[in-house]
Design a protein around this ligand. Structure first.
Ligand SMILES: Nc1ccn([C@@H]2O[C@@H]3COP(=O)(O)O[C@H]3[C@H]2O)c(=O)n1
Ligand SMILES: [Zn+2]
Ligand SMILES: [Zn+2]
Length: 244
């Protein structure tokens, strides 16, 4: 079954020309939203996508550009559709997501925990989870910021979707050599040092075979000025439909 990708946004955390780097991944009859950032409600509105049309959410880590839209999503599903959306989240993130991010806004009479607004499915690192027919996801813990637990995704045993992460060339090479990875959707920081992200020069240092598999996302407003400077790698464009 073909997998389709449509990015709600392809921007870095503070990009203004692009929405937050959130992805719609769809099979023929199931749509998963990977991350739901601050700008996700507006991006969905522009695309004519209501929360009811999304079958499940999955979050990679707790930063505003990845979870900041969950409050609106949950409220609209509860008071609009009258149901709890499916939320796939790493065991390690479920507690902090409620306690440190959502409780303040969503907490009220009748809503006292994550499970009151989401149908929570806990994911374990390294254990593939069948989310739908033709859609399996495995969490791979990848370093982002010290003390900030973050998970990249290995999808259908062939597609790597990076969370925000510092450069991990050995992981990328290993996925390709040993696990049959054929496509890499990778965050990129185009300017400055890559203290908490992967820089373009780092990705350009990868072997050509890997570069040819990479599409870039989570980039800044300066993206267009880097046209032609990314070697074999292309920029994912927000809202465009891709078949993976
Ligand atoms: N040590 C850090 C921590 C955070 N940041 C910025 O904050 C953003 C949070 O969302 P992000 O997409 O992970 O990108 C982070 C950096 O821009 C940063 O630049 N350096
Ligand atoms: Zn981010
Ligand atoms: Zn982040």
């Amino acid at each position: 079954m073909a997998l389709h990708l449509q990015m709600l946004g392809t921007g870095s955390a503070f990009a203004k020309a692009y929405f937050n780097n959130n992805a719609l991944l769809s099979t023929d009859d199931f749509t998963l939203l990977i991350d739901c950032g601050i700008t996700a409600p507006m991006a969905m509105h522009q695309l004519g996508i209501t929360p009811e049309k999304i079958d499940a959410l999955l979050i990679t880590h707790i930063h505003g550009d990845h979870v900041g839209g969950l409050e609106e999503f949950a409220f609209r599903m509860k008071y609009g559709a009258g149901r709890r959306p499916l939320l796939y989240v790493a065991e390690a993130l479920a507690g902090p997501l409620w306690d440190h991010t959502l409780k303040g806004g969503l907490g009220q009479d009748g809503i006292t925990c994550l499970e009151d607004v989401f149908d929570v499915r806990l994911l374990r690192e390294g254990v593939p989870c069948k989310i739908a027919e033709g859609l399996r996801v495995e969490l791979i813990r990848t370093p982002h910021i010290p003390g900030k637990t973050s998970f990249s995704l290995y999808i259908n045993d062939e597609i790597f979707y990076s969370a925000d992460m510092i450069f991990q060339p050995k992981l990328l090479q290993q996925l390709v050599d040993e696990r049959g990875c054929r496509k890499i959707l990778h965050e990129v920081q185009l300017t400055g040092i890559g203290e908490v992200h992967t820089t373009l020069p780092e990705l350009l240092s990868l072997p050509r075979k890997l570069r040819a598999m990479i599409s870039l996302m989570h980039y800044g407003d300066e993206m267009e000025s880097f046209s032609g400077q990314t070697g074999e790698m292309d920029f994912l464009r927000q809202h465009r439909l891709y078949t993976l």
